[in-house]
Ligand binder design. Structure first.
Ligand code: DC
Length: 229
């Protein structure tokens, strides 16, 4: 009698790290779509928690309070069939709210708290264990999935990153000046790369890609070719 042997397909993890405005999230989303993988926007998780902390009037200098809040907060990331991402904070759709400038101003303070990072890392690993996925963030290749199948570090000139972020915010209806975007990116770059716990850093085995002069589609093509040589 012939027996059926079930072979479990190996789950693939693609890690994309880099500073704000390097094109990570757009590229990661498109790459995930092309690969039919799940897209996990880890920055959205820190943003959602920051929104809740602001609403509750928490003091961002109090790491313990932020850690306590992280532990009792539910954050869900949904991949919609049209490719869009929905972020749910305790069940409420906050996808648009978390992109606002006031969240960007405080999110690095939330993300530098070790207890918050510990909590998020557990959740990100759990999400990544469910299916093949593309994750983008700051510490995916160094801390969350150090054994990821492929790691990329996307970067771009500072001016170009400011230009992209400013354009994106304007397109989303945000009234923000170029100078304010510049200050926000500079501030976040400094905090994200100098914090003690899992700072923004290129993993030793990550492929470095400077996207300054590249289009989104061109960047996705390059990553796709590295994954499927
Ligand atoms: O990718 P983003 O701009 O939405 O991320 C918002 C902030 O969250 C970013 O300034 C740093 C933090 N972050 C982090 O520390 N680790 C991650 N894996 C993702 C984001």
């Amino acid at each position: 009698m012939a027996s059926k042997i079930k072979v479990k397909a190996k789950k693939i993890i693609i890690a994309i790290d880099g500073p704000a405005g390097a094109g990570k999230s757009t590229v990661a989303k498109l790459l995930a779509k092309r690969m039919r993988f799940l897209y996990i926007d880890t920055g959205a998780m820190y943003r959602a928690l920051t929104l809740k902390a602001i609403r509750q009037g928490l003091d961002f200098a109090q790491g313990r309070q932020l850690t306590g809040l992280a532990k009792k907060t539910r954050i869900d990331l949904e991949n919609k069939s049209d490719g869009a991402i929905r972020v749910l904070l305790d069940g409420e759709d906050v996808s648009l709210d978390i992109r606002k400038p006031n969240i960007s101003s405080f999110v690095s303070d939330t993300a530098k708290v070790p207890g918050v990072r510990k909590e998020m890392l557990i959740r990100q690993r759990e999400l990544g264990s469910k299916a093949s996925c593309v994750l983008d963030g700051r510490d995916i290749g160094t801390a969350v999935f150090p054994n990821a199948d492929k790691k990329f570090f996307l970067d771009a000139d500072f001016k170009e990153r400011v230009r992209r972020r400013h354009k994106e915010l304007k397109e989303n209806g945000q009234d923000i000046s170029w100078e304010d975007v510049r200050k926000d990116l500079q501030n976040r770059d400094t905090i994200d790369s100098s914090r003690k716990c899992a700072p923004l850093k290129q993993a030793k085995d990550a492929i470095y890609i400077d996207t300054t002069k590249m289009t989104i589609e061109g960047t996705v093509d390059i990553l796709y070719k590295w994954i499927n040589p």
